[in-house]
Write a protein that binds this ligand. Structure first.
Ligand SMILES: C[S@@+](CC[C@H](N)C(=O)[O-])C[C@H]1O[C@@H](n2cnc3c(N)ncnc32)[C@H](O)[C@@H]1O
Length: 335
């Protein structure tokens, strides 16, 4: 269900406590008379009228109120992603601080079409604040997009790369199409939804705009709800929504290779830990580097690289291990 109503009143009226699995939202930025839509969308006639801005002097209070509501409707373990520019970021951060929500990541989204400036740096990023509601284990589908052994052309882990907290995702350039001001790219929404929800989960957007969050959520077989105060935007987009089919995005998703490290996540036994240490030293003594040795152990024990590194680095007998390694290797080892 989608509601053409102010999100604070709407949430109070229509959403029960703990009923939402994931919130992804992009509130108005509190910048009076901004010209961003002119810049991003170039042809003004394609931009829908009716984007409602929040006056700057009300922004702090407004942020406190809607974020408090977001916290209430989120289930324990549910996640929230808030996209914000820099100008009024402080109010969003302060409002989050006034809740019990827990910060997980402060993501930087780097986009194209930054507003050109001559005598200073060009602003080309947004902030995405990723928080969770305590009380249950949050959903985080680590291998939803890339398997743990998939590599890029430089032999780097694609999974690691995809989960770094700087995201380079371009805005969609939609020439001659009607759009809302500041529409989020679908690629960005797909990423957050894949990592932080499962099919059938309820995804909510407090500031629907073009209903992009809802369209992508439904396209990924999730359920969707949310609020948009502008009647012009709402009436136009709700019709567009009728064209959206459950799961329509699924065939276009890349299929991650199955996890090779089937033992990841299983508790480590003491004998396994001891084997890591002795076998690691043997490998070093045969001239392998620290990285190579851990990779060999990872293949053998079907556990991820980092969990083995943690055992090697966290070994109780640090100084003796360090001495033995130094005996065998000239490599600088950070143990
Ligand atoms: C930055 S845009 C969201 C864009 C959206 N994420 C998209 O991809 O199209 C913010 C939206 O919030 C709407 N809005 C402003 N105040 C609101 C309120 N109190 N409740 C609900 N929506 C509101 C604006 O009209 C605007 O459409």
């Amino acid at each position: 269900m989608f509601y053409n109503i102010d999100c604070i009143t709407g949430a109070q009226k229509y959403l029960e406590d703990g009923s939402v699995d994931l919130i992804i939202t992009d509130p108005p930025y509190g910048i009076d008379g901004d010209k961003l839509h002119r810049h991003y969308n170039r042809n003004e006639s394609n931009v829908l009228d009716g984007y409602v801005e929040v006056p700057l002097n009300e922004y702090e209070e407004f942020s406190l109120k809607w974020i408090k509501e977001a916290e209430r409707v989120l289930r324990p373990g549910g996640s929230i992603y808030i996209v914000s520019g820099y100008t009024n970021l402080i109010h969003i951060l302060n409002a989050l601080k006034a809740t019990n929500l827990k910060e997980i990541n402060h993501i930087i989204w780097k986009y194209n079409f930054g507003v050109y400036t001559k005598n200073k740096y060009i602003s080309s990023h947004y902030h995405i604040l990723y928080y969770v509601k305590p009380g249950k284990k949050p959903t985080f589908n680590t291998f939803a997009r890339y398997g743990d052994s998939e590599k890029n052309e430089n032999n780097g882990s694609l999974n690691y790369q995809d989960r770094e907290d700087v995201w380079v995702i371009n805005r969609e350039y939609k020439p001659n199409k009607t759009k809302n001001k500041n529409e989020l790219p679908w690629e960005l929404l797909i990423k957050m939804i894949q990592y932080s929800s499962n099919p059938g989960d309820l995804v909510c957007d407090f500031f629907l705009g073009s209903l992009s969050t809802a369209k992508v959520a439904i396209g990924l077989n999730r359920k969707a709800t949310g609020f948009e105060i502008s009647k012009i935007a709402f009436d136009y987009q709700i019709k567009e929504m009728e064209k959206i089919q459950d799961g329509f995005l699924i065939p276009s998703l890349r299929k991650p290779s199955k996890t090779k490290f089937i033992n990841s996540g299983k508790p480590l036994t003491e004998s396994e830990k001891a084997s890591f240490q002795t076998e690691f030293l043997e490998l070093i003594s045969k001239g392998k580097t620290k990285k190579q040795s851990i990779e060999i152990l990872s293949e053998k024990y079907l556990r991820g690289y980092w969990s083995i590194l943690k055992i090697i680095d966290g070994t109780t007998n640090k100084s003796s291990l360090k001495n033995q390694i130094n005996k065998y290797s000239n490599e600088t080892l950070f143990i």
